[in-house]
Design a protein around this ligand. Structure first.
Ligand SMILES: Nc1ncnc2c1ncn2[C@@H]1O[C@H](COP(=O)(O)OP(=O)(O)OP(=O)(O)O)[C@@H](O)[C@H]1O
Ligand SMILES: [Mg+2]
Length: 329
């Protein structure tokens, strides 16, 4: 069989003029995390937070220094306003955020249960973002950007959002904009067979694929990290970064495998670690790092994210990542 791998990753030059280099597409969510352990019906006080995998990744990219924007639909409700404020405070461009006056922004609730960990309750069906369609994709902005980041969660929330994600990937590809794709498989959102078909097809439209080991095994049917990475790589992306929690990352660059150990930390909450890896990796690639250097940076950014509670708060900025890297040598 001829070598299936594409040419090396070619990072597009920075376009002249304003506008984000990285555009992330997906569904942002507002988080309510119960302050005390127990069932949701017994919870009285909640701490406000934010989630949505690609929104987390956009914030991570921005904190690592990339000009980043977010593409989504939000409701005209208070939750949409909170998200607009979140992105603005984090330097994420919101010109690609469509506000739908009578739409609803997705929400989720986190409860903690002794001995069982976290439980998530979502209110996102029919949300403004779930009603994304291909017509919402800003084709010119995607052509001006240097990298598009998309995930399987966006494809899982509705058929029209899946179409929108696929249209965005095709538009980016045709314009020479890199496509970064995180399967982020969530079994509750769609059946495995549909996930498998969509994720493997999406891998063939992507330059960079960023699965974790658990979902990689489920989606490819392979067992070893090497075989999982190779199965994605055979679809055509130049880079596969297989995320393995405390075991770090297995990087496949056109089929050449490199193991990148995790940065040792005292982890308290891994929420958003994978998303932070995705955003930090994209930011450093566009800044001119080699694929391996960008992955080494992103591993440290992801590790730091696990040292605090919640997804967004602990995402480090570039100075914090460089400080941790300097301390580690
Ligand atoms: N306990 C840990 N110690 C150090 N680094 C970690 C730890 N957990 C995660 N990381 C880093 O974060 C990266 C991404 O984490 P993980 O493999 O959990 O991704 P993920 O499952 O995609 O996460 P997400 O829940 O955000 O989707 C890992 O590859 C690793 O570099
Ligand atoms: Mg993940």
């Amino acid at each position: 069989m001829p070598a299936p791998f594409r040419t090396p990753l070619t990072v597009p030059a920075r376009a002249t003029g304003a506008g984000p280099d990285i555009l992330a597409l997906g569904e942002p969510l507002v988080e309510f995390s119960a302050d005390s352990d127990g069932a949701l019906e017994d919870a009285v006080r909640f701490t406000l937070g934010y989630g949505g995998d690609t929104s987390n990744a956009a914030i991570a990219a921005s904190r690592s220094g990339a000009r980043t924007g977010y593409l989504t639909r939000i409701g005209g409700d208070a939750f949409g306003a909170l998200l607009l404020d979140l992105w603005t405070r984090n330097g994420v461009d919101i010109s690609g955020v469509i506000q739908v006056p009578d739409g609803d922004t997705g929400l989720y609730f986190i409860t903690r249960h002794a001995g069982e960990g976290h439980r998530f309750t979502y209110r996102r069906a029919g949300s403004a973002a779930a009603r994304l369609t291909p017509a919402d994709i800003p084709e010119e902005a995607l052509a001006r950007a240097r990298l598009l980041h998309v995930s399987g969660i966006t494809q899982a929330v509705s058929a029209s959002a899946c179409d929108a994600a696929l249209h965005a990937m095709r538009t980016a590809r045709a314009a020479g904009t890199l496509v970064s794709y995180d399967p982020n498989h969530r079994p509750a959102l769609w059946p495995l067979e549909r996930a498998r078909a969509t994720v493997l097809h999406s891998a063939s439209l992507a330059d960079i694929v960023l699965p974790n080991l658990e979902e990689g095994r489920l989606l490819t049917g392979e067992e070893s990290p090497e075989a999982v990475a190779e199965c994605f790589a055979r679809r055509g992306p130049a880079v596969v970064a297989l995320k393995m929690g405390a075991e770090g990352v297995l990087l496949s660059e056109r089929g050449r495998l490199t193991r990148i150990p995790a940065h040792p930390v005292r982890a308290v909450d891994a929420t958003g670690a994978g998303d932070t890896f995705d955003g930090a990796f994209a930011a450093r690639l566009l800044a001119g790092d080699t694929v391996e250097d960008a992955a080494r940076y992103a591993v440290v950014a992801a590790a730091l994210t696990t040292t605090g509670h919640g997804a967004v708060g602990p995402i480090p900025n570039r100075a914090a990542v460089e400080k941790a890297r300097a301390a580690a040598v």
